[in-house]
Ligand binder design. Structure first.
Ligand SMILES: [Zn+2]
Length: 203
């Protein structure tokens, strides 16, 4: 991992001044789900959110919203927020500036969203400035590492407990690779913080 990759993941606001936390008086958390929708994952997420009366934000990949429009509609019908997560999820540090920006702005069922989250959290400051003309950039306060198959659930829970504070925007992944860990980590988060008196709201 390069130093730039490390900064993008650990200190995302250094590269792009997006929203990481919503400060308010109540006990509120902001769950977010990247990369979906996915036919084997998204409905499980929606059911869990319903069970805890939680609202959340879904940063969807354009290609997936074209393949699964009925799932996108389902997310919308439940009253969750939809954001753009680019068309095909390119890594800004691995492709040209032009190619990356074209992909982020490419027309899809989510390209006219108000919110945008950069794929992998990788973005250069000049790309951030360009995207801010069309979107509000949403980053995160808590990265759960649900996508790390080498992290066990106990480690992921520890990260969540250590980092989460009032107003945190928390990232999970609505994809097949993360799903086995993500569902368990999500259920833990919903259960634990509901008992602590928190509410879950959409951005
Ligand atoms: Zn992503």
């Amino acid at each position: 991992m390069s130093i730039l990759d490390f900064i993008a993941i650990r200190y995302p606001r250094f590269l792009c001044s997006g929203l990481t936390r919503v400060k308010g008086p109540g006990k509120t958390l902001y769950l977010s789900f990247d990369d979906g929708p996915n036919p084997l994952v998204t409905e499980n997420v929606l059911d869990l959110l319903d069970k805890y009366n939680a609202k959340a934000s879904f940063f969807c990949k354009g290609t997936n919203t074209i393949m699964y429009p009925e799932l996108l509609q389902k997310i919308k019908n439940k009253g969750h927020t939809i954001g753009n997560h680019s068309y095909s999820h390119l890594n800004a540090f691995k492709v040209s500036n032009k190619k990356w920006l074209i992909d982020c702005l490419r027309k899809s069922p989510v390209s006219d969203s108000y919110f945008f989250r950069p794929p992998y959290g990788r973005i250069y400051p000049w790309q951030c400035r360009r995207l801010k003309k069309d979107y509000r950039i949403i980053l995160w306060d808590v990265l759960t590492y649900d996508f790390r198959e080498d992290f066990d659930l106990r480690r992921i829970k520890k990260i969540i407990l250590n980092k989460t504070r009032n107003g945190s925007i928390i990232v999970f992944h609505d994809n097949l690779q993360a799903a086995p860990q993500m569902i368990k980590a999500l259920e833990f988060t919903l259960e634990y913080y509901t008992k602590k008196g928190f509410r879950f709201e959409r951005i």
